[in-house]
Unconditional design. Structure first.
Lengths: 113, 110
């Protein structure tokens, strides 16, 4: 069964360091999402791609966060510098089109110390 | 701005005790409403998509329904393995953004 792959599963980093997360969506899925989920809350959209183009990044803290999806396949989310408040689960999801259900990866649990 | 509110925040049931979870939404043109199940430390798992008022979907002990303002996830005779957080999300016509509610944490005791 096709799955969304994310790595790493867990990451501990020191405040002010750079950190990067990788996502490989389900093959053929044009839409890719990055979400942040704080414990006990629902996921919050950070950025949405349609193929290699950004559709929405209005909630992405652009002073420290960046995201890219080169060639419209896999994607990288970067934080530089990391802050204590960035500790959360970072989830990647993909869907066949922007109108269909999204499938999630297992997430990356980030702890900033 | 799209908004999704789920209630209750937490629900404790005895095994076999049926109940319903609520998802109220305001959206600039609903393209679809989605239900997900999330186990601790894992990503959300897709359950259902509902597109129009009056639509219903079923899967084992779960049944999702949709009106113009809210959706319900009915759980019939739940088992302990149904314990999880259930998330609701809406997709709008304007920006194609998938907006989630805060979730309902369901605990089913044997």
């Amino acid at each position: 069964e096709a799955e969304v792959a994310q790595s790493p599963r867990y990451k501990i980093t020191e405040k002010s360091q750079a950190v990067a997360f990788w996502c490989d969506p389900i093959s053929g899925h044009a839409t890719l999402y990055w979400y942040r989920q704080i414990l006990g809350q629902g996921p919050e959209l950070l950025v949405q791609f349609q193929d290699e183009s950004v559709v929405d990044d209005s909630q992405l803290p652009k002073d420290r966060f960046s995201a890219e999806r080169l060639k419209g396949v896999d994607s990288t989310l970067k934080i530089q510098p990391a802050e204590l408040g960035d500790s959360a689960m970072y989830l990647c999801a993909s869907s066949f089109t922007e109108n269909t259900e999204a499938f999630f990866g297992q997430g990356t649990r980030l702890t900033v110390v | 701005e799209d908004q999704v509110t789920q209630s209750p925040e937490a629900l404790r049931l005895q095994e076999g005790e049926s109940s319903s979870l609520n998802c109220s939404y305001t959206v600039s043109g609903l393209r679809g409403l989605f239900w997900y199940r999330q186990d601790p430390g894992k990503g959300p798992e897709f359950l259902f998509t509902l597109y129009s008022a009056g639509e219903e979907k079923e899967k084992e002990r779960l049944k999702a329904t949709l009106t113009k303002k809210e959706s319900f996830l009915h759980i019939t005779a739940p088992k302990p393995e149904d314990s999880a957080t259930y998330l609701c999300a809406v997709l709008n016509n304007a920006g194609n953004m998938l907006t989630f509610g805060g979730g309902t944490r369901l605990m089913v005791k044997p």
